[in-house]
Write a protein that binds this ligand. Sequence first.
Ligand code: SIN
Ligand code: CO
Length: 381
Amino acid sequence: MTHTALMLHWPRGLDATRFLQRHWQKEPLLVRGAFPGFRDGLPRSRLAALASREDVESRLVSHATARGGDRYRVDHGPLGRRQLARIDRPDATILVQGVNLHVPGVRPVLDAFGFIPLARRDDLMVSDASPGGGVGPHVDSYDVFLLQARGRRLWRIARTFDETLVEDAPLKQLAHFEAEDEFLLEPGDFLYLPPGVAHDGVALDACATWSIGFRAPSAGELLHGWLSFVEDRFDGDERYADPDLQLQRSGAWLSDQFVERARGLLGRAAFDESMFERFLGEYLTEPKDSVRFRAPSRPRSIEAFAAWLRQRHVVLAPATAMLHRGRCVYVNGEAWPLPARAMPGAARLADRRELAPGACIDGAWIEALYDWYCSGYLVLR
Ligand code: SIN
Ligand code: CO
């Protein structure tokens, strides 16, 4: 049941706390032999099968050197058999986003980077490249741990660089990239890059790279989410009314009364701390559009479910996102206020993604667990 834990071996003088102080969002870091004996367990055939699925986001990037530079081509998934066959040619890469949503076996790797809070985590992207493959020099707006899973890849990076992009390219690539540093990564090594560091990774052998990526919403994205959250809870039909209207000397004056009443109409949309927390919990656990949960075709009754909890592990489905704050847990975009005595168990489930038999038989949250079970958000094993 429980996946074998994967220990991250920090170099001498470094640990998770020091990493956060010195590197996170600040400085790149290369860690050699972070996972000694790491076996990637995700062969190219498995990745290709994922890339052919409708509910998985994938790309095939290939390039050829032509006069005037490299010519890139990007095919977006789902990838057909002909497209997938191209991966065996030199200079090609398949990239699959959200592998953690579909493959439970990759969890120990994400857990090893669990010193970064889940609210910041985006997904695991896996790229599998033929020799020479890569997506070209570029810069990302997010932090990433680039874990070498198979074969060797040469990463070249630069903190200061010319931001000019290649014109008319199917990928955002830097036109005049010059490396300041380069690192040859072997299986079990990782390179951490903060946002805004230019990088270019080229496969030296057939190789696979696992990118543990993070999310950092922009103010605009948060505002957009917040406004629609507020709008959903707002009665927009109430209308301005002034049965007590008084004569005013200047008809063109925008009166105090008008200003105050208009503000009163919007009063319930005013910024409210607890509403905002709830919005964030829901926003950050909202599944991506492509995610589908598999609900049980013939769910047990709640009584049978409660009895079953005594014998089985509760395991979150790979695509389930769960956070907690105060007396509320957030599961796949929904807020669940729970009694205080249910919170330690719920927090443990959110952290570890599973609970041992009998660990959650407290009646306080059986209904919540049962609802998640019926929605396919968790399974009992
Ligand atoms: C790759 O894995 O090929 C690209 C990852 C990245 O540069 O962000
Ligand atoms: Co990148």
